[in-house]
Ligand binder design. Sequence first.
Ligand code: HSE
Length: 372
Amino acid sequence: MNKLKVGFVGWRGMVGSVLMQRMLEENDFKNYTSFFFSTSQAGEKCPFGFAESEYLIDANNLEELSNMDVILTCQGSQFTIDVYDKLKNQNWDGHWIDAASHLRMEKNAVVVLDPINSDLIDKSYSGGVKTWVGGNCTVSLMLLAIHGLIKENLVEWVSSMTYQAASGAGANNMRELLSQMGYLFNSVSDMLENRQGSILDIDHKITSAMLDKNMPINNFGVPLAGSVIPWIDSDLKNGSSKEEWKGQNETLKILGSQYAPVKVDGLCVRIGTMRCHSQALTIKMKENLSIEQINEKISAGNQWVKLIINERDATINQLSPTNASGKLDILVGRIKKLNLDSNMISLFTIGDQLLWGAAEPLRRILSIISNK
Ligand code: HSE
């Protein structure tokens, strides 16, 4: 079988680097003839010995791009806007795999999350679809967590309250979060050793430091360390953020017609963690199942779900971003019935937003296409 010629764009950024790492770990590159493009360093030596071209190729060169069977980009929406239509207009017939959100809602694009929508992917592939887009991280992580309930058509609606990591806002934001933490620590470090000192004096100084002009806030615009930011992405001017809008709309697009529609809404909140998104879900079930049945179904959802028993010690030791970072595990815990309604449950789920939330679905769709 001929290997597909795959052009990688944006492979040096944060999502791109995680993708490269995963592809190297899984020994994926042996399956492709790989070309590495760059928007800014064309002509420089490619760091990968297995690459087909020894030098980086210009990612703005449409002729070079159009030689590819597949273009996989983690470069961001602006690159997609600049290049995708031009390539299509010159009748390029390859597959476009994209980490950015720009094409997600296009009629001819599939939002890929193959553990859940492999039937939709297969059907779309047969129908001639060639545009494959990774979903919003929060949505993908949520769907993987409740996969076991969705596939049995047990979910009427989900209210998702998110605790999203700095990485979702970008690499610079991760650095800024740490700079903010350091700035706050430095502002009181001499007071911390003095056990007789007043914690209220320390707190007062921290609040002043957060608000003073040297607090590093260029990226977030406000302090995140020691605080939270209850708004993610743009303002839709109807009371919701774009991130919250994605919850409903991307869920429906990912599920397609294979599953019953699920209603989703909630609030999306940025918190001071590095790369794992957490979500507290309230779920209205269609049936009144026991906790044992619910645990069993959630565990059986897919091989990445890791159920954590709803007890204090297990929860604080295992259900945390610290335990999910850098792993493909989808942690799910705090599953309990709510007193509000016999069909309502809560759960808390955590996943690495750079892995299942971004790079992994792209790595997998590339492999699916190449095996067709
Ligand atoms: N929009 C997400 C966030 C990340 O800001 O956390 C990308 O899906």
